[in-house]
Design a protein around this ligand. Structure first.
Ligand SMILES: *Cc1c(COP(=O)(O)O)cnc(C)c1O
Length: 353
């Protein structure tokens, strides 16, 4: 099914950034928008100049946080083309987030079509420099003007684009992580599996305190016993112990990352055993004490692979390494190789725009 999209070209296209644009600071000339009205469904798909949006102060998203978002990238390939990485996974995850938040879903084929059309219109914004890409941020907000808690009857789906720099301009240096034992991010039955802004607002306090103490990220433990490892900041987390790979299972409070899923598939293809199971901080600490903890890394669209050098828990410090581990590096090279079209995509993960 083709989406009928009205296009209003930007009369004042902005100059493309010279050099490194950083992350999430610069936006392209256009954005996608489509509205939802109960009884009508999704309507008025359009691409318009990027700019401020009008909302009533009583818009329900501003009071009850009914919204969710996605994050993916468009990559410039060596032949000058552009490709997306597993966009159908993002479309499906947004549909799942919408269901959790009582919001109307968008059919994945239409969702992907909207992303493709917008990227195509702003295709000159996809950077050519190595390591840089175009970050794609689709999101849905409840726009109905209404005070009173219930699911809204009006929504807007929007997509904005932002050229982003190399996540590792000075090389992949392992990060220091603070193990959070006071605050929690999510509990089973909550919204941890949905990519919704409320989860991030709830995590800001821990993030700020960790940064003040000199740590770059927070490692979240389970919200009930605070014993089992869940995620690192906005990344899923993997450990290599005794040659095996372990990542926390998706038990209902962890965000199902697409980079996580891709790493599991690649590692299995390489012959590794990947255990998706409950993993306590104690088990990791013991493995470290006995010299069996080989590597640890976070996974997510922004950084791809983020090596962990040190975990600081209340009573103990776990040192992992001052340099990226060989498996973390190999995974990074394979994933980024596929994403930028430098390595063959044997799994059908990429699609050209
Ligand atoms: C987006 C996100 C991730 C990573 O997901 P990817 O699909 O790999 O980018 C992990 N944890 C949280 C909390 C997230 O919001």
């Amino acid at each position: 099914m083709m989406l009928n999209i009205a296009v209003t070209p930007n009369p004042n296209p902005a100059p493309k950034p010279e050099g490194d644009p950083g992350f999430g600071r610069v936006y392209t000339d256009h954005m996608f928008r489509m509205d939802y009205t109960e009884g009508i469904g999704w309507h008025d798909a359009r691409i318009v100049p990027y700019g401020p949006i009008e909302l009533e102060p009583s818009a329900m998203v501003l009071h009850y946080a009914q919204e969710n978002f996605e994050g993916l990238k468009a990559y410039r390939t060596p032949d000058g083309g552009i490709q997306l990485f597993r966009p159908e996974e993002n479309a499906a995850r947004m549909a799942a987030s919408c269901q959790r938040m009582c919001m109307p879903i968008i059919k994945p084929a239409l969702w992907i079509e909207a992303v493709r059309r917008l990227v195509d219109i702003d295709r000159d914004w996809v950077p050519h420099q190595p390591g840089m890409s175009l970050y794609i941020r689709p999101f849905i907000i409840a726009t109905e003007p209404h005070l009173g808690v219930r699911a809204a009857r009006q929504y807007s789906f929007m997509i904005i684009l932002s050229p982003v720099g190399n996540y590792y301009p000075t090389g992949m240096n392992p990060v220091k992580i603070y193990v959070e034992t006071h605050y929690v991010r999510a509990v089973r039955g909550g919204t941890g599996t949905a990519k919704c802004g409320g989860n991030y607002a709830a995590g800001l306090k821990a993030q700020a305190e960790a940064q003040q103490a000199g740590y770059q990220q927070v490692l979240w433990l389970d919200g009930i016993e605070q014993k089992y490892i869940e995620e690192v900041g906005a990344m899923n987390v993997f450990f290599k112990i005794d040659g095996n790979i372990i990542t926390p299972e998706l038990q209902g409070s962890i965000l199902p990352g697409i980079t996580r899923k891709s790493c599991i598939e690649i590692l299995s293809d390489w012959g590794y055993t990947v255990e998706e199971r409950r993993l306590s901080l104690e088990e990791v600490a013991e493995a470290a004490d006995e010299g069996r903890l080989e590597e640890a890394f976070g996974t997510g669209t922004a950084a791809v692979i983020s090596p962990i050098g040190e975990l600081r828990a209340a009573e103990r410090q776990i040192f992992i390494g001052e340099r990226i581990g060989p498996l973390s590096q190999r995974l990074y090279d394979e994933l980024t190789g596929i994403q930028w079209g430098l390595r063959p995509d044997t799994r059908g993960w990429t699609q050209r725009v």
